[in-house]
Design a protein around this ligand. Structure first.
Ligand SMILES: Cc1cc2nc3c(=O)[nH]c(=O)nc-3n(C[C@H](O)[C@H](O)[C@H](O)COP(=O)(O)OP(=O)(O)OC[C@H]3O[C@@H](n4cnc5c(N)ncnc54)[C@H](O)[C@@H]3O)c2cc1C
Length: 471
């Protein structure tokens, strides 16, 4: 039995766990990571959204991934709203990536190891809370008894901490296969009466294939033979019939693809990140991006909990708010996207997903306001409040001046790195547009002052003083 005493124990070596461990180690914490599987391991989720790049770059890992021979998605064939295929050019998803997740996840985990993370693999973790902190038993490559101040649950949608999860989509199952094929390179997506199909080449001789449907469809129609069901569903399609007879290089697996979120994603000494925090609809291809995002935010939260335990409530509120934002935005997006498939309206799969229309949370603004003149008197719009908001500063959660406004989906602290709340607090009574630009140019370059002021004006956060008085 090996005994280890550490600051942080991360359970799970997927993208979320590897990136959070990497970041915490570079911040000077003693970190270990436990992963139960040997890498490279097969993992679903091979189409990555362009939003991964700023996240990887901010951690200094962008070049590691861009220099590996992963593929750009190329053009996409789509039968979604229309039954006729549409060709989306490759630049419609510029920056997106198709990856072999076995390879992608192994690269990130190796980067964590290189950064000083003590990686124990394969090792199945069992966690218990003690009055002194966390006790983690790991069994696999050896037997480990680990005590840690903070626990990061990055164990994927099953989570190592358990706890209540709320589903925010109908239950969905994905059948997943790899085709041994040199098929034409287009990514393809097609809505069919029973669900939808996706395929993309993730290597020269490997195509990844997914079929999403209701669990009841599998129970009723597969007779226990998932491969037969998958082949049958492809035969009558426009884009997938050519794959119906292809050789499968691995047996067809079923994966839960329901959207869920954890109701207690954070406490004073633990955090859930990646899919342990929330799982999104694979239709969006943003699962890995959001896993990386929650890993970086989660690392800043854990860093704060260790360095400033007195900020525990601030961290909890901040992390919960970020979770709610992602989930709420995703619900709106899913609702709109599934409703585009009117041609299958009435079929149970589509009925369940198109039924309700959820209004957008932010106010849709009418026409842009007329540009102010230099002599226009400006002020803060009456419905805008100057607040103090939690945000990430230098890898810690802290409060800074911010604003809340009906035109903003979330409170705003920074706009392109500029602290907007500080500028607005400096807005003098009876200031003209010119006064405002001159005053802000004392703190930031004049061109930035112009840009920030224009953005705030268009968002109706700033308005004409006389007009406001009339409201
Ligand atoms: C059908 C389907 C299709 C998807 N398609 C896409 C897509 O196209 N694009 C996209 O971006 N996302 C997609 N996703 C989502 C994507 O797969 C996830 O967002 C991503 O894998 C989350 O990363 P993670 O690190 O949180 O979890 P994971 O990648 O699941 O990693 C968790 C790790 O924890 C380990 N683990 C679990 N329990 C323990 C334990 N007790 N001890 C030790 N180790 C443990 C597991 O072995 C695993 O390696 C899809 C998901 C599904 C279900």
């Amino acid at each position: 039995m090996h005994d280890l005493e550490l600051d942080v124990c991360v359970v799970g070596g997927g993208p979320a766990g590897a990136l959070a461990a990497f970041r915490l180690a570079t911040l000077g914490h003693r970190v270990c990571l436990l992963e139960r599987q040997v890498f490279p391991r097969p993992q679903v989720g091979e189409s990555l959204s362009p939003g991964i790049w700023p996240l990887l770059d901010s951690a200094g890992l962008g070049e590691l991934i861009s220099s590996t021979s992963f593929r750009a998605p190329g053009h996409t064939l789509l039968c979604w709203a229309e039954s006729e295929p549409q060709l989306l050019p490759s630049d419609s998803r510029a920056g997106a990536l198709l990856v072999d997740r076995g390879k992608f996840d192994a690269l990130l985990l190796e980067a964590a190891r290189q950064a000083g993370v003590y990686v124990v693999q394969p090792a199945q973790a069992r966690v218990t809370r003690t009055p002194k902190g966390w006790q983690i038993f790991a069994d696999g490559v050896g037997r480990f008894n680990i005590s840690a101040k903070a626990l990061v649950d990055a164990a994927g949608r099953k989570s190592c901490l358990g706890g209540r999860r709320v589903a925010f989509s109908p239950r969905t199952i994905a059948l997943w296969a790899h085709l041994d094929a040199n098929h034409d390179c287009a990514t393809r997506v097609e809505a069919i009466p029973e669900g939808w199909l996706w395929a993309a080449p993730i290597a020269d001789d490997k195509v990844s294939l997914l079929f999403f449907c209701d669990p009841s469809h599998i129970r009723r129609s597969s007779g226990g033979d998932l491969e037969r069901l998958l082949r049958e569903r492809m035969t009558k399609t426009v884009l997938f019939s050519g794959f119906a007879q292809a050789t499968f290089s691995r047996s067809v697996a079923a994966r839960d693809a329901t959207c869920t979120y954890a109701t207690e994603p954070i406490g004073a000494d633990y955090i859930m990140i990646g899919e342990a925090n929330y799982s999104l609809d694979p239709l969006s291809s943003t699962g890995v991006e959001k896993a990386l995002q929650s890993a970086l935010t989660g690392a800043a939260v854990v860093n704060t909990l260790i360095n400033h335990p007195e900020r525990s409530n601030l961290c909890t509120q901040f992390y919960r708010d970020r979770q709610h934002e992602v989930v709420n935005t995703h619900i709106v997006w899913m609702n709109q996207y599934y409703r585009e498939v009117q041609r299958h309206a009435g079929k149970p799969f589509w009925n369940l997903r198109c039924a309700s229309s959820i209004p957008r949370p932010n106010v849709l603004l009418s026409k842009r306001p007329k540009q102010p003149r230099l002599t226009t008197l400006v002020r803060l719009a009456p419905e805008v409040s100057l607040t103090r908001e939690a945000c990430v500063i230098d890898d810690e959660i802290a409060r800074r001046p911010g604003i809340r406004a009906p035109s903003l989906v979330r409170p705003l602290v920074f706009l392109n790195g500029i602290e907007v709340g500080l500028l607005l607090a400096d807005l003098a009574a009876n200031a003209t547009w010119q006064d405002l630009l001159v005053s802000w140019s004392r703190y930031i370059p004049p061109a930035s002052a112009q840009r920030v002021a224009k953005w705030l004006w268009e968002k109706r956060i700033l308005c004409e003083a006389s007009l406001c008085a009339d409201l």
